[in-house]
Design a protein around this ligand. Sequence first.
Ligand code: ADP
Ligand code: GLC
Length: 480
Amino acid sequence: MNKVLYISSEAYPLIKTGGLADVAGSLPIALQKNAQDVRLLLPAYPEVLRNINKSKIRTVSSYYSQPVNIIETRLPGSKVIVWLVDCPAAFNRPGGPYTDGHGQIWDDNAFRFAIFCHAAVDIALNKLQLDWQPDVVHCNDWQTGLVPALLHLQPQRPATIFTIHNMAYQGIFDQQTFFDLHLPVELWHMDGLEFHNQLSFIKGGLAYADKITTVSPHYATEILSPEFGYGLDGLLRSRIKNLSGIINGIDDKHWNPGTDEHLKQKYNRRSLDKKLLNKTDLQQELTLAVDASIPMIGMVSRLVEQKGLDIILLALSSLLTHPIQLVILGTGETHYELQLAEWAQNYPDHLKIIIGYNESLAHRIEAASDMYLMPSTFEPCGLNQLYSLRYGNLPIVTHVGGLADTVTDANQENIANGTANGFVLEEQSAAALLASIEQALVLYQQPKIWRQLQINAMSGDFSWQTSAERYIELYQQALE
Ligand code: ADP
Ligand code: GLC
C-alpha cells in the first residue's frame, strides 16, 4: 500500500470550475478502492467550507507571515480524507478559485498558490504533526507546480508525480514575484522555474517531478510539438522517458443515466426509448417545440477558445437552417456569451443559450440530447464527450487529444465493424463541423443504425479502474 498525497486546486463536489475537479473528486476514490492510502489536499475556499459538515482543525503553521490551519474532513460520499489549507488571506474571499466575481484573475494568485504549495511540501515532509508521511506526492496543474521543485531540494523526500490537465494554463508571473516569494535561488535557471526571464509554476512540475503524466495518450504526444507545447515542448521532449498519457475515467456514481437523480427519466442501453422523455422534458423547460423527433444537439462548456467556439459561431448561420434544436449551457469569455445570446435571440426556435454554471442542467442536457458538440482546438482529455457516450448522446468532435482517443467516426467502415460511436471532424474548421453535423443528421434518420451507434457509445468502458491501476504502476516506478 502506498501513501499518496493528492494535491489539487479543485475537487467535485466541494469546488469545481472544470474537469480537473471531476478527476480530483473521483480518482482518489478509485485509488483508495485499489488499496492506496490517499489524502486529498485542497485550498479552503469559502465554498468548500460551506460544503463540508464535520471538520476538525489539525494544525497551525504560517507562510509569508500568514497563519495557516489544516482542516480535516472527508470527500462527501466517500471515505477519502481531505485536508484543507485554510489561509484566510489567500482563500477567504468571494468569487471563484482563480478569478473574482467578474472573471478577473486574482492578481495575487502566485502568492495564494505558493502558500498552498508550501503547506503541501511541509505535509509531504511530515513537518505539520499530522502523523502521516506520503510515499508519493501527486500534483495537478500549475497551481501545484512549486511542490516538485521545492521537494527536489530535499535529501529525503517522497516520489513526485505531476499531471498536466491543460498546457494552456502555466502560472506565469514576473521575475520580481520569484523574489517576493523567497523561492530558493538555485531554482532560478532555464532548466528550472525560469521561463524567458519569468517565473513559471508549471515548469516546477515539468522540470522536477519524477514522473509526468497527462490525461490522454494522444495529448501526451501532441504536447511534444510546438503547436500544443506552448514553448515547453522542448523541455517535455527532454523528459520523454518520464512522460506518459493516462486517460481519465468517469465517476460512475454521478454520471450514470441508470441512476442519475437529476433526470426526469432514468434509462440504460436496454431501455433507450425512455431517453426521449428527457428530451421532451427539456424542450418544455426551455420553451422549444416539444417533439421527440427533432434532433437535439447539446453542449455544456467553458466558453473559451479551446472549446471550438470560433468555428461554432462561423457555422451557425448554415447550421440553424437545419431542423434542429441546439442547446448550449456555459459561462466564460464575455464576447462569446454576447455573440451566442444574440444568435439565440434571432433564432429562438433553434437555439437556446443558458449562460451560467448549472450542474443539474448539465446532466439533463446530456440525457436529452441526441448529439453533443465538442469541436475543440485542443483537448487534453475531455470529460463531456465521455459523459455523452455514457448517455447515448453521440459526440461530434475534432481529432485532438482525448477526443481522438475516445471517439470513433461513424464512417461506413467503422459502422460495419461495430466501433463507431460518434463523429470526427476532418479538420478544425466551420466547413468540417457542418459536414460532420450533416453526416450525423443523415444517420439520425436511420433509426436502426442510430440505435446501434448509441449502444456502441454506451458500451464503452470509461470507468476509473484501468486508469487507477496505471497510476499505481507509475507510483511504483517512481518509488523505484
Ligand atoms: P474542461 O475541464 O476543459 O472545462 P472537461 O470536458 O474535462 O473540460 O470538463 C468540464 C466539466 O465541467 C464537465 O463536468 C462539465 O459538465 C462541467 N461544466 C462545464 N461548464 C459547465 C456549466 N456551465 N455548468 C455545469 N457544468 C459545467
Ligand atoms: C482540463 C482539460 C480537459 C480535461 C480536464 C481533466 O481542464 O481541458 O480536457 O478533461 O482538465 O483532466
